[in-house]
Design a protein around this ligand. Sequence first.
Ligand code: C2E
Ligand code: MG
Ligand code: MG
Ligand code: MG
Length: 288
Amino acid sequence: ARAQDLHAKLTLFSMQDHADLSDRLALMRDLRGALAQDQMFLCYQPKLRARTNHVDGVEALLRWRHSERGVIPPDQFIPLAEETGQIRALTEWVLEQALRDQAHLRDAGHEISFSINISGRLLAEQSFADWALATVRKAHGRIAFEVTETAVIDDPDGALRNLRAFADAGIWIAIDDYGSGLSSLAYLKALPANELKIDKMFISGLTSSHRDPLLVRSTIELAHALEMEVTAEGVETPAALALLRVMGCDIVQGFLIARALPINELETFLTRQHHRSDPHSLPTFKRP
Ligand code: C2E
Ligand code: MG
Ligand code: MG
Ligand code: MG
């Protein structure tokens, strides 16, 4: 009976594994047609300068409107795209679309920078880097690239060479999700970065845990000593925002300020913020 029980469990597991695998394969298959079928779109999450409450820039975040599954978040398809190599086409689409949206906002009087997430594999690819540089230049884009430290591990020489070329061309470099991975001081020493984004796992416990505020404060000091700006991601409460201000955090981003918005809602957000009577009050649009 025991053996039978075990056998039943094993069969159950493998059936689940099989379901997961075929689900992944189905998503991979659908992903191949997603760009051609116009199923990708961008949302933009505002980044607020903490001292002035002005929108400094936005981060482009990719969404996939799947024909049967609805909107799929990037955590569920970016890893697949990285495995299949489609990340290159996706990222090129993201950059081109973001530059179009930036030009549109510029025409409407909103001059802000746009941050784009660049996957590790791509960062070291020479032909991608050449293309990205030329594309940003041609559009006179005000662009930041967000990269994770792990992005540099695969091919450190290639990644560093491209990061330097980006930085020389005036592209702002941000280290994303800082503290969540294998944060090594060696990378901080070597990367030509302008901005450090503290991972939201440290921001959510900012006013409830003992250690998080200490880690955040010393990270802000470290980044400032290296002449980097500091962004806190995942700011969800007024208490966290207040503490980050006291700690001297430069830029804040999170649901408290705004979620990632479609371009038309972003434009409304920017226009309202522009006309706010008290520029030092927080924008109240789309707060949960
Ligand atoms: P990320 O670059 O670290 O982006 C921040 C994520 O945190 C976003 O999730 C954002 O919606 C979410 N977030 C923002 N504020 C809050 C908050 O206050 N609380 C909480 N709990 N979450 C918040 P999203 O849009 O699902 O993106 C997830 C990840 O997918 C991104 O993390 C990024 O690594 C990746 N990603 C998104 N778009 C792209 C893209 O175009 N290319 C690449 N390579 N990766 C992308
Ligand atoms: Mg990011
Ligand atoms: Mg991040
Ligand atoms: Mg992240």
